[in-house]
Design a protein around this ligand. Structure first.
Ligand code: SAM
Length: 251
């Protein structure tokens, strides 16, 4: 079908198209719209926390964590075609059968880890690099290990481009931790293990905390909090049901 438009209509449509292109090509405007989405994401997370999801140890999210979530540009950590959904409170695919975790899970796991500004933290399962970017805003030095080489390389390039200087990444099997930089004040595992890896317990500092989802790869897992006392005793608590992709590797 042939559609003919009058001159004023043609001018109007051309104007609209130019406005759209201007919007897309102007990073400041685009960034402002992401900033608004980031604020809405934080409000959704806080509403979930108030509703009691996640069994937090205190009523609210730590203010430093809210600030970190407000700073990290989550849209830079998802595939281009999914950027408009980056701030929805749900996990998204990042390729290679893997996912970037739901913002709410990132928030409560970060809260439960109780890291401080002088801490050194290890994450197992870099994925997109988003969780380690959030952690790096709160600690002195952040380490992360990814087993899928292309994901690890992509995360490294992304984090460098975004200017994160206190993050070190490695490609390998995180089951064995990162002996060279151990011990760590805190360890977060973001893939589901069938058991707690003994090397990670060994690499946790006395007084340190570790979070790890444990359970079957085909079912809901339990998020466990492992605490090592100043005397080296290890205690384990079940916190909440979660659903993570499996921790793979030859271990
Ligand atoms: N933290 C990630 C983020 O912010 O995007 C999401 C993690 S995704 C749910 C789990 C990641 O763990 C995947 O990228 C997967 O390849 C990785 N993984 C699975 N087994 C691993 C292992 N043994 N060592 C290191 N990484 C592993």
């Amino acid at each position: 079908m042939y559609l003919s438009l009058s001159l004023p209509n043609q001018l109007f449509l051309t104007g609209l198209a130019s406005l759209f292109l201007f919007f897309l090509s102007n990073p400041t405007i685009a960034e402002d719209s992401y900033a608004a989405k980031r604020t809405a994401m934080i409000q959704a997370i806080e509403a979930d926390v108030r509703a009691g999801y996640g069994n937090l140890e205190k009523d609210d999210l730590d203010e430093n964590i809210i600030n970190a979530l407000g700073k990290v540009p989550r849209h830079e950590f998802v595939p281009k075609g999914l950027q408009s959904s980056a701030y929805e409170n749900r996990p998204l695919p990042i390729g290679h059968g893997q996912t970037i975790s739901q913002p709410y899970i990132v928030a409560i796991m970060t809260n439960l880890l109780k890291v401080g500004k002088n801490d050194r933290v290890l994450e197992i399962g870099t994925g997109s690099g988003y969780q380690i970017a959030v952690l790096s805003e709160l600690v002195k030095k952040a380490y992360s290990i990814e087993i899928i080489a292309p994901l690890g390389k992509q995360a490294k390039a992304r984090l460098e481009q975004l200017g994160y200087e206190n993050i070190e990444l490695k490609i390998g099997d995180g089951y064995y931790g990162w002996e060279e930089h151990a011990p760590f004040d805190a360890i977060m595992v973001t893939a589901a293990a069938s058991h707690i890896p003994p090397p990670l317990i060994k690499q946790l500092k006395p007084g340190g905390r570790m979070l790890i989802p444990v359970g079957s790869r085909f079912a809901i897992q339990e998020l466990l909090l492992i605490e090592k006392s100043e005397h080296g005793e290890v205690s384990t608590r079940q916190l909440l049901p979660v659903a993570f992709v499996p921790l793979t590797g030859k271990h």
